[in-house]
Design a protein around this ligand. Structure first.
Ligand code: URA
Length: 203
């Protein structure tokens, strides 16, 4: 497999590693370039991302943008990707309802993540949410128990790993006070990642 990110994007467009390509509009590979010190891994593209072909351009992406800004991390300096590169959904009438990817989808997509890490060579990988954590750590974890500090991992020789919540979990909180508190915690986790990666603004 190539170690050039653009070549990977190109190759992934033809991926048939699981069945999700059949119903999805297109593969949503990543945003960012080799050399980014911070790699942020989400779950999978949603409706908006599936249509646009770009990760984190919908509501969860806006939440992530706000948190990155609050943490002093310019989005353009990070590499953004997902554990699963096609949108999994259930059709209800005309609506496409997000469905969590199964472990089999995460496993089928793992070679892409491995190739991305090899190409980008990030200093820190941030897994956002349980699916991303499963993909990055190769095992299921409880986010609340390990979030915000470096996680021991033998999966990646040269990158340190940190786990946090998925930005869409903040969108599900109904009370403003809960959402504000969750946002603060999310920003603190991103700052911790930036400090680990020694990115300006993260200090
Ligand atoms: N958008 C993405 O690209 N990934 C997610 O995990 C959620 C929204």
């Amino acid at each position: 497999m190539t170690d050039d990110v653009d070549d990977l994007r190109h190759a992934a467009a033809a991926c048939r590693g699981c069945e999700l390509w059949q119903a999805a509009t297109q593969v949503v590979f990543s945003e960012g370039q080799a050399g980014a010190r911070l790699m942020l891994v989400g779950e999978q593209p949603r409706d908006r991302e599936d249509r646009a072909g770009e990760p984190f351009v919908g509501p969860a992406g806006r939440m992530l943008d706000d948190a990155l800004e609050a943490a002093g991390i310019p989005r353009g300096t990070a590499y953004l990707t997902n554990a699963v590169k096609h949108f999994r959904f259930e059709l209800r009438g005309k609506r496409r309802i997000h469905e969590k990817p199964a472990t089999g989808h995460v496993v089928a997509c793992r070679p892409w993540l491995e190739a991305e890490v090899a190409a980008v060579r990030p200093a820190v990988i941030v897994a956002m949410g349980a699916t991303a954590a499963r993909a990055v750590l190769g095992r299921p974890v409880t986010i609340g128990e390990i979030r915000g500090t470096e996680v021991e991992s033998e999966e990646w020789a040269d990158a340190r790993v940190l786990v946090t919540v998925h930005p869409s979990s903040l969108l599900r909180l109904r009370e403003d006070a809960d959402r504000r508190a969750a946002f603060r915690d999310f920003v603190a986790d991103l700052r911790a990642a930036a400090e680990l990666a020694a990115i300006a603004g993260g200090a």
